[in-house]
Design a protein around this ligand. Structure first.
Ligand code: MD3
Ligand code: FE
Length: 225
């Protein structure tokens, strides 16, 4: 466990192999529909190199809707209760369990005094990276809530770049993310720039169910209803 910046906690190897297989299976099912996985088209005509499918709420740049107007006009799959529980467990493990005592000043400064208890993510964005896919430095600002983001990585390793809240550029910290890693971004890290400059093909274990590529699942609270 490593705190990269205040509220940004990396927990390597958090998911068990069974949990990774279960998530891969769930993502594979969501990728087929009701709204199939696709390359998101940006408002100015660019096409993202990652492929994305959403549950709970559909993200398109730069808003959340229930209906995937930019794909097939269908409503996205419902956000499953089991995924919310995984999110609460992730927050509790990254930020400390209820009743656990912290050294003064080590608990992140956010609304989660008993971390995880009240966290209710209502959307997950599932990104699939082939060997060429990248994600440029960006902030996630379409959510109307400052609740933490929970990120789970499965498959090939990648280079993850975690920046600052002011600019796309330096200072940033580069971290390698591997299959099973958990990353939580809350408090002052919630609105930091971040991106994925590189994936390392052939570094994943096919036993996860992913023969190649990288899967990233992020849970968020949209603040919408
Ligand atoms: C920090 N995904 O979906 S995960 C994204 O690996 C996104 O697919 C990358 O950036 C991926 O928006 C990075 C880590 C991550 C995700 C969301 C964040 C870091 C974040 C939101 C706020 C701050
Ligand atoms: Fe992001």
């Amino acid at each position: 466990m490593r705190e990269i910046a205040p509220g940004a906690v990396h927990v390597p190897g958090w998911l068990t192999p069974d949990e990774q297989r279960h998530l891969v299976e769930a993502c594979r099912a969501w990728a087929t529909g009701p709204v199939p996985i696709r390359h998101t088209v940006l408002p100015r005509g660019g096409v993202m190199s990652v492929r994305t499918v959403c549950v709970g709420w559909h993200w398109q740049p730069y808003r959340y809707t229930r209906i995937a107007h930019d794909v097939n006009g269908r409503q996205v799959a419902e956000f499953p209760a089991w995924l919310g529980e995984l999110g609460r467990r992730a927050l509790a493990d990254a930020y400390g369990h209820p009743g656990e005592t912290h050294e003064p000043g080590t608990a992140p400064a956010d609304a989660y005094g008993r971390p995880g208890d009240t966290y209710e993510p209502d959307t997950a964005l599932i990104n699939f990276y082939d060997g060429q896919a990248r994600m440029g430095m960006h902030q996630d600002k379409d959510e109307k809530s400052d609740a933490p983001v929970v990120s789970l990585s499965i498959g090939d390793r990648c280079l993850f770049r975690f920046g600052n809240t002011e600019t796309r550029g330096r200072p940033y910290t580069d971290v390698e993310l591997a299959s099973g890693d958990l990353f939580v971004f809350g408090g002052p890290s919630r609105f930091a720039y971040h991106g994925v400059p590189k994936v390392y093909p052939g570094t994943g274990d096919p036993a996860t169910g992913l023969a190649s590529g990288r899967l990233n699942i992020t849970m968020r609270v949209t603040g919408l209803r």
